[in-house]
Design a protein around this ligand. Structure first.
Ligand code: F0G
Length: 371
């Protein structure tokens, strides 16, 4: 038995890290690819529908995949501090991996509209938390400006090492299925993650991509190539959907605070991969997103955060319309854990909670009402 110690050690020969770089890891990666059983039946889908539950990474989101590689490289280059702008998950991961590495984390978060669990993570890991009077896009602009003059390593997804780490999710999916899926659906904010997945699939297939400045042409592979890549589908929240509007959205709003982003950093990569993969972008309303989060939790036992539900929300709609054909194999990424943001599902208060006296008869009566 070999102990799994994280994606850097596991995929070291496919990552552009120096051989002597000390891996800063929390055992991220190897998340489950869960085959949905009840939902496909409910909607009459005869293909295979999977969720890749990235909420089971150490800090509860896919950001850990990128952060392990970005922080490893930053520390290898001698960085004493890292910085990011974040809607919450990146800051949680940056804070945790900084502690692990023994460096300082500076995180810029928007004023309000950050899930409490994510803020708690930054605080408990001792990050220097700067709440700016602006949104994520303002924070991102500031981080880029500060990075030019201050000795801090930027660990947002404009750092190509982030995408290198995140591409490993595609490796795991191809390894689990024995092939690439027909469709891969993700929520899109900055579009870093969808780009990283395309790099990963391209590498597995041995096909060069026009975003191969970030590799993605199979050059690291020493095993048979699949030659196939999925069509990539990105879903945005309707109030924060620059890919649907054709340009930046000035005041993005959505209940899915993780993807409340109006000016995506990986704009060009995303359009390039949309063309290459023959995929598409679409949008989901806040109501649809929340309904899907509940549907998934209530019918499959998987609790993801609202932003994550956008992938499944769009996929189910496109399955119904036939855009995703019957018989297809579909993977939806669930980017973050629902526990990050319990407030959102408790909005209706403690509805469904039954108050009973601590007496056998009362408890039995309550049970019988539900049998
Ligand atoms: N889902 C979740 C849960 C996220 O936290 C993010 C991004 C995305 C989806 C979108 O991924 O930006 O690569 O397209 N969160 C960033 C953050 C912005 O600061 O945590 P993307």
């Amino acid at each position: 038995v070999t102990r799994y110690t994280g994606l850097i050690e596991h995929y070291r020969n496919r990552l552009p890290l120096a051989a002597d770089a000390r891996a800063i890891s929390l055992g991220e990666g190897r998340t489950p690819l869960i085959k949905l059983e009840n939902l496909p039946r409910q909607v009459g889908f005869e293909g295979e529908l999977y969720v890749k539950f990235e909420g089971l990474n150490p800090t509860g989101s896919f950001k850990d995949r990128g952060m392990t590689v970005a922080v490893t490289q930053a520390v290898h280059e001698g960085a004493k501090a890292i910085i990011c702008a974040s809607t919450g998950n990146t800051s949680a991961a940056a804070a945790a991996y900084a502690v692990r590495a023994g460096v300082t984390a500076f995180v810029l978060i928007p004023d309000g509209k950050i899930a409490l669990g994510k803020l708690a993570q930054a605080v408990v890991h001792g990050a220097v938390v700067l709440q700016i009077q602006g949104n994520f896009d303002d924070g991102m602009r500031l981080v880029k400006e500060i990075g030019e003059t201050t000795p801090v390593a930027i660990v947002n997804s404009i750092n190509p090492y982030r995408l290198q780490g995140q591409k490993t999710a595609s490796f795991e999916i191809v390894e689990a299925l024995g092939r690439a899926p027909d469709f891969h659906c993700l929520p899109v904010g900055n579009a870093g993650n969808i780009s990283a997945h395309w790099i990963g699939y391209s590498e597995m297939a041995g096909i060069a991509t026009s975003i191969s400045a970030y590799h993605g042409d199979g050059r690291f592979l020493d095993q048979p190539l699949t030659g196939k890549r999925p069509r990539m589908v990105g879903y945005q929240a309707a109030g924060s959907a620059p890919f649907m509007r054709g340009g930046p959205v000035r005041n993005p709003e959505t209940v899915a605070t993780a993807i409340r982003i109006g000016d995506p950093q990986s704009w060009q990569l995303a359009w390039a991969l949309q063309k290459e993969s023959d995929g598409w972008f679409d949008e989901c309303t806040d109501d649809e997103i929340l309904a899907t989060q509940k549907l998934l939790a209530g019918s499959e036992g998987v609790f993801c955060e609202p932003a994550s539900a956008a992938s499944l929300c769009g996929a189910l709609r496109d399955i119904k319309s036939g855009k995703i054909a019957q018989g297809s194999t579909v993977v939806c990424t669930l980017t973050g854990n629902g526990l990050k943001d319990p407030d959102i599902v408790m909005r209706d208060g403690l509805k469904g909670l039954i108050q009973v006296p601590a007496e056998r008869a009362a408890v039995e009566k309550a049970l019988l009402a539900h049998l």
